[in-house]
Design a protein around this ligand. Structure first.
Ligand SMILES: NC(=O)c1ccc[n+]([C@@H]2O[C@H](COP(=O)([O-])OP(=O)(O)OC[C@H]3O[C@@H](n4cnc5c(N)ncnc54)[C@H](O)[C@@H]3O)[C@@H](O)[C@H]2O)c1
Length: 322
């Protein structure tokens, strides 16, 4: 049983963050959410504000501004879960300085606040799709030990953030865990964001609009359901110190397969529109999550079919409400 009482979640108004906040509150924690609402939304915290089991406080602030120190000093969380990030790969190529400002300097701000105010542990979100470069098909699913070179400023800034975690652990005894997530999907993923093919297809199919597939659709990804990812963050609060763990299903699903699965579930009867492949996109990816089973006691347990059904149910409810 965890003794942690107060958790600060950066990026807690975002897709993964707000799902995590709901889970922490259900577990009876005090949760401090820090977010600048650049891509996150206050409506994502609606359920959190109505929680009867935990307590939540929201602080709108930009991590890079230095204002985090005061919040950490006031609330004294035992753990910070650091999810706030610039996570658009193409935007990172167009503006690497902004990407590094949020993802590197923002992470240093988190570590500095943690060091000054005796936070015990920082749990970090990194990207299983972007830190290992482009592994050969025969090397998939990719393990944590894969060498790899980042192919985008986003991948580089995430690798750099993790280097800072290692360095703070060595210098200041600050504990850390880094979770390298594959392609996360589920309720509250923003269809306007660039990574969320599940969210984009779901929204367009429900509206009866055409769906575009870039390339031949045989490119594949490791789709992991958000509740499973949230569970990994909860476990990592007091397990798996000073290590990186891949979090994914280790299975590859092609975009064509995903399209067909969602079309069947929504009753969508249009064919996809094929458009030229987008430069810089990985052809195939999947992460090997066996280490997380050993070190965190984590396994994905939502099948793609169940996860898509839950996402669809949520998206239909949003359409009805809006
Ligand atoms: N969604 C995925 O498939 C995926 C895959 C791998 C890694 N990740 C990582 O998981 C984390 C969460 O991703 P997500 O999908 O929930 O994205 P998201 O965009 O929904 O969440 C990020 C949150 O951070 C906030 N934020 C951004 N810059 C900020 C700043 N300067 N100060 C304060 N808040 C700021 C945003 O407003 C948003 O609420 C990110 O670190 C991302 O890199 C996500």
């Amino acid at each position: 049983m965890s003794t942690i009482e107060t958790v600060l979640v950066t990026g807690g108004a975002g897709f993964i963050g707000s799902n995590l906040v709901d889970r922490l509150l259900a577990d009876g924690k005090r949760v401090v959410v820090v977010d600048d609402l650049s891509t996150g939304k206050l409506t994502n915290l609606k359920q959190a504000r109505e929680s009867s089991t935990g307590e939540v406080e929201f602080q709108r602030l930009d991590l890079t501004s230095g204002a985090l120190d005061t919040v950490v000093e006031r609330h004294r969380p035992e753990v910070i879960i650091h999810l706030a990030a610039q996570m658009n790969v193409r935007a990172s190529v167009e503006d690497p300085l902004y990407d590094a400002t949020v993802n590197v300097l923002g992470t240093i701000r988190v570590l500095e606040a943690a060091r000054q105010y005796d936070v015990q542990k920082v749990v970090f979100a990194t990207s299983g799709g972007c830190i290992y470069g482009e592994p050969a098909l025969e090397d998939l699913p990719v393990p944590e030990t894969a060498p790899g070179v980042a192919h985008s400023p986003y991948g580089a800034s995430k690798r750099c953030g993790e280097e800072y975690l290692r360095m703070y652990a060595a210098l200041y005894d600050l504990r850390w865990t880094s979770l390298a997530l594959s392609n996360v999907y589920g309720p509250r993923q923003d269809p306007a964001g660039e990574a969320g093919v599940v969210a984009i297809f779901t929204e367009r199919m429900l509206a009866g609009l055409p769906c575009t597939i870039y390339g031949d659709g045989e490119q594949s990804r490791d789709f992991v359901f958000v509740d499973d990812v949230v569970h990994a963050f909860v476990l990592a609060m007091d397990r798996g110190d000073d290590e990186r763990f891949n979090i994914g299903t280790s299975e590859r699903t092609s975009v064509n397969q995903l399209f067909r699965g969602l079309a069947a579930a929504t009753g969508y009867d249009r064919e996809p529109v094929y458009a030229p492949e987008r430069a810089g996109e990985l052809r195939h990816n999947a992460v090997d999550a066996r280490k997380a089973a050993q070190g965190l006691g984590w396994k994905p347990w939502t099948t793609l079919e169940e996860g898509l059904a839950a996402t669809l149910k949520w998206a239909s409810g949003e359409r009805d409400a809006g």
